[in-house]
Ligand binder design. Structure first.
Ligand code: FE2
Length: 220
């Protein structure tokens, strides 16, 4: 059974001076709606900060982040320098129950970047938790997953986890970057050596297995 249900949002790191242009693209070309605009998430930080704009598409969201460099280069600037303008910094996946998912993930050896948080990210209230980078690379330059849980049917989030001011996660990446922590999301040595995917794909009309089969048959 799938443990993540859908893409909640996609976060793109954009180059300096590009957030307005990409917001125009997502709003005027794709039809999204700006739901949150923060032009400096860390106004008191002498080192660095970022702009953060959220664009809602109802069934998922787009987050644009643009670095603000001061005494130091912002981690977002570093990411865009490394991967290019409008590059995917992270994709967030929705879970039915974040605590249950986290317990399951940890049992498989998944490394998360700190504790889960409660926040309001421009698409509404949520519980969220970030994974470490997919590959062993500078934490500022490596993409990672986020896992979230949204309140069901308008219910408020009943949890004792600490609130996220929008700064905590930025600080966690900064800490990893400053300390040279390049530890990764998953240690594949923990993967069973005899693991193999189930060999019998489910053959429902229009499902992913059939889509994959069609792609395989399509002429190059
Ligand atoms: Fe996110």
């Amino acid at each position: 059974m799938s443990k993540v249900s859908r893409v909640d949002h996609i976060a793109y790191a954009v180059e300096k001076g590009m957030i307005e242009k990409w917001a125009w693209y997502h709003i005027e070309v794709e039809g999204g709606k700006l739901t949150k605009r923060v032009d400096d998430v860390r106004p008191d930080d002498p080192d660095s900060s970022m702009k953060l704009w959220c664009i809602d598409f109802a069934s998922f969201g787009v987050v644009l982040v643009e670095g603000i460099d001061r005494n130091k280069k912002s981690q977002v600037t570093a990411f865009a320098d490394c991967h290019g303008d409008h590059s995917v910094q992270h994709i967030a996946f929705d879970t039915e129950n974040l605590e249950q998912f986290v317990s399951h993930a940890i049992s498989k050896g998944v490394n998360l970047r700190g504790q889960q948080l409660v926040s309001n990210d421009g698409f509404g209230e949520l519980k969220q938790l970030f994974g470490k980078g997919y590959a062993k690379q500078n934490a500022a330059e490596m993409s990672f997953p986020e896992y979230v849980e949204r309140p069901k049917q308008g219910a408020s989030m009943s949890t004792s986890v600490p609130p996220n001011t929008g700064r905590n996660f930025y600080q966690r990446i900064e800490h990893a970057r400053n300390t040279g922590d390049t530890s990764t999301l998953i240690d594949f040595s923990l993967m069973p050596s005899d693991w193999a995917p189930e060999s019998k794909p489910v053959a429902a009309p229009g499902n992913v297995s059939q889509a994959c089969a069609r792609e395989e048959l399509a002429p190059a």
